[in-house]
Design a protein around this ligand. Structure first.
Ligand SMILES: [Zn+2]
Length: 304
């Protein structure tokens, strides 16, 4: 898949492909945001940087999903760019087995999960970043926390543009996949509530085209919030009696008319269902119990 280069501000590019990237060019130096899925994606980004006359000085990875950092090792092999990443996410980039490992419940993952979509090649994290304004390879940037989709996802603001990673998904993705990947539902809802209030002109996501400030980003965030709230409500409504996790995954997938094609898709969906259950548990609405050696979810709040 090719990369489409969209200039959102002078020298600030949104590279739109399967997984998007960002490229910032100033005075012959480049800053790359995310690296794409694999070496092919990274090569395309390096070519665009070269065409823009930039030598890569820095690369920032927003979160540790293989489709965002899988190409980073190649960037490190080809350039002297320093790699910046949020804490925890960075640990997973250095030890990418953690992604299939957590998807498979902590056990050594099955072969299917060892595919490049869930198991990336490792990269070296040179600096762990905290939130706030900072200098990154001579670029003045601001690191913006956007947790929820992954535990410590962070966006990168350059002037008027916020590279907002997978804080939200385009309507087409919501329609196709139904269940957006989510690690912490409450955190993701809070991020989606905050995002449209942030004073940037453009929000450049990890998938799909960029959004303008105002109505455009607000509507997109609202659609994502509604979908997550709907999933949370579906699960609560489905707990008319004690249910195992698998039944809840099925109920939500059926509701959206999804056919989960393979273990990887199933386990990704299951993570979001577990995130919703944890949100309900935090609110005191459901509890996990073990009965007859089965893990079952049940409502705790009295029905009115
Ligand atoms: Zn992601």
């Amino acid at each position: 898949m090719g990369l489409k280069r969209v200039e959102l501000a002078p020298g600030v590019y949104h590279l739109q492909g399967g997984s998007n990237m960002g490229l910032v060019v100033q005075d012959g130096r480049g800053l790359l945001v995310d690296s794409g899925l694999d070496k092919d994606a990274a090569r395309r980004a390096l070519r665009l940087a070269e065409e823009a006359g930039a030598e890569l000085a820095a690369i920032f990875i927003t979160h540790a999903h293989a489709d965002h950092f899988g190409g980073a090792y190649l960037v490190q092999r080809r350039t002297a760019a320093r790699l910046y990443a949020p804490a925890l996410e960075g640990a997973m980039m250095e030890h990418p087995i953690l992604e299939p490992l957590y998807l498979f419940g902590g056990a050594a993952p099955i072969g299917e999960l060892r595919h490049k979509f869930t198991l990336a090649k490792p990269c070296r994290v040179d600096s762990t970043v905290e939130a706030g304004p900072q200098e990154m390879g001579s670029f003045q940037v601001e690191v913006v926390p956007l947790p929820g989709h992954s535990p410590n996802q962070m966006g990168l603001a350059v002037g008027e543009v916020l590279f907002c990673a997978d804080a939200l998904f385009p309507a087409a993705t919501l329609a196709k996949h139904g269940i957006p990947f989510c690690s912490d539902l409450d955190a993701m809802l809070a991020t989606l509530a905050r995002l449209p209030e942030m004073e940037y002109a453009y929000f450049a996501p990890g998938h799909g085209p960029a959004y303008r400030s105002g109505a455009e980003i607000a509507a997109a965030c609202a659609a994502n919030r509604e979908r997550l709230m709907e999933i949370r409500a579906l699960i609560y409504d489905g707990l008319t009696g004690p249910r195992p996790t698998g039944e809840l995954v099925r109920a939500v997938a059926d509701h959206f008319g999804l056919r989960l094609a393979g273990a990887t898709f199933y386990l990704l969906a299951q993570t979001t269902i577990l995130a919703a259950l944890a949100s309900l548990e935090r609110a005191g609405e459901v509890a996990a119990t073990v009965e007859g050696n089965r893990l079952l979810w049940r409502r705790t709040a009295p029905q009115s």
